[in-house]
Ligand binder design. Structure first.
Ligand SMILES: NC(=O)c1ccc[n+]([C@@H]2O[C@H](COP(=O)([O-])OP(=O)(O)OC[C@H]3O[C@@H](n4cnc5c(N)ncnc54)[C@H](OP(=O)(O)O)[C@@H]3O)[C@@H](O)[C@H]2O)c1
Length: 300
């Protein structure tokens, strides 16, 4: 029998991390899940879980010597823009320095290194393709761009993938997504104000998983956008949730983003173009409506 490929997934306790672990555990991979604290993944049978703080370089190097990964998916991050804005040193430590440690630890076995980045490395006037000049509008985006640069300079075979506004099924161990907040609010009869002057290409989490699997299988080198195909505002997303779940859409009120002043600047027109992924990976995401149906079908 063919030996399974040893794959490390960092940030396995997070939203994308948990889904990735579940998805890739079913394939040709032996998954080694790394995150802080106790394992949060509902799948525990046969899971190799290692609690680790990625900012501890000696632990990272020791673990890599034991696992000898052939593939590393670096998904862990301080992922909330507000937290990055308020705690800049910690943001650099977790998003940039930890990435550098993983790259150093990878130098002995030279795995294929797949870095999960973000549309936040770009500025306004989206949707952006891979040739758009980066222009992060906030500190989170800046830190992810710095991490991308470290990956590119590492000398490893690398892939950088950029998703946008990830959504999908939400297990108990995950923090609720925006879509789940909408569902819960409408079910409780609460009125909600939702921003209508921002545009995104929300990405269904299992489209990300299949896109990343294709990157690994092809050992795709370079950067690529793995996003949804529909350009929608949060307000339109909320209306879709109401429609698909037969909830009361009259409780949803459109507002402009200046209704919620915040220190973190976010692009009004973001989103990513996926022509490159379609062409080179055969990537084809589902529609946002279908993604909403699937997000709620599996855990109701
Ligand atoms: N969510 C989105 O819409 C979105 C959009 C574009 C790109 N992304 C990118 O996609 C990736 C996953 O996002 P997500 O929303 O799934 O994030 P998430 O739910 O916040 O998960 C990130 C995980 O990484 C862990 N982590 C962070 N720093 C660590 C460290 N030093 N050592 C060990 N573990 C550490 C976190 O642990 P703790 O729980 O202990 O903090 C958490 O479990 C991130 O790289 C993010 O930048 C996300």
């Amino acid at each position: 029998m063919k030996e399974k490929l040893r794959i490390i997934i960092t940030g396995s306790n997070g939203f994308l991390g948990q889904h990735l672990v579940n998805y890739l555990s079913q394939g040709q991979f032996e998954v080694f899940a790394l995150s802080r604290g106790a394992n949060q993944n509902k799948i525990t049978h046969g899971l190799n879980y290692f609690p680790i703080d990625l900012t501890d370089v000696s632990s990272v190097k020791q673990l890599f010597e034991v696992i000898k990964p052939q593939i590393v998916i670096h998904n862990a991050a301080m992922s909330k823009p507000d937290t990055c804005h308020n705690f800049r040193e910690e943001c650099i430590l977790n998003n940039v320095t930890a990435t550098q440690y993983l790259l150093e630890a990878s130098q002995s076995t030279k795995p294929y290194f797949l870095y999960v980045s973000t549309d936040f490395i770009f500025g306004e006037d989206g949707p952006h393709d891979e040739d758009t000049f980066p222009n992060p509008l906030n500190f989170y985006g800046e830190s992810k761009l710095q991490a991308e640069a470290a990956v590119k300079q590492s000398g490893l075979a690398y892939g950088i993938m950029r998703p946008v506004f990830i959504y999908g099924p939400c297990y108990e161990s995950m923090r609720p997504t925006f879509l789940h907040w909408v569902k819960n609010s409408l079910e409780q009869g609460k009125e909600i104000k939702v921003v209508s002057d921002q545009r995104r290409t929300p990405t269904y989490v299992y489209d990300i998983c299949s896109g990343m699997k294709a990157m690994i299988e092809k050992r795709f080198v370079g950067d690529i956008h793995i996003a949804g195909k529909d350009i929608v505002s949060p307000y339109q997303m909320a209306l879709t949730v109401a429609k698909e779940l037969s909830l009361d859409s009259s409780l949803i009120f459109p507002v402009t983003s200046d209704t919620f002043p915040e220190p973190v600047i976010r692009a009004k027109r973001s989103g990513l173009k996926i022509d490159k992924a379609r062409r080179l990976l055969g990537y084809e995401p589902i529609s946002f409506e279908e993604g909403v149906r699937k997000s709620f079908a599996s855990n109701e």
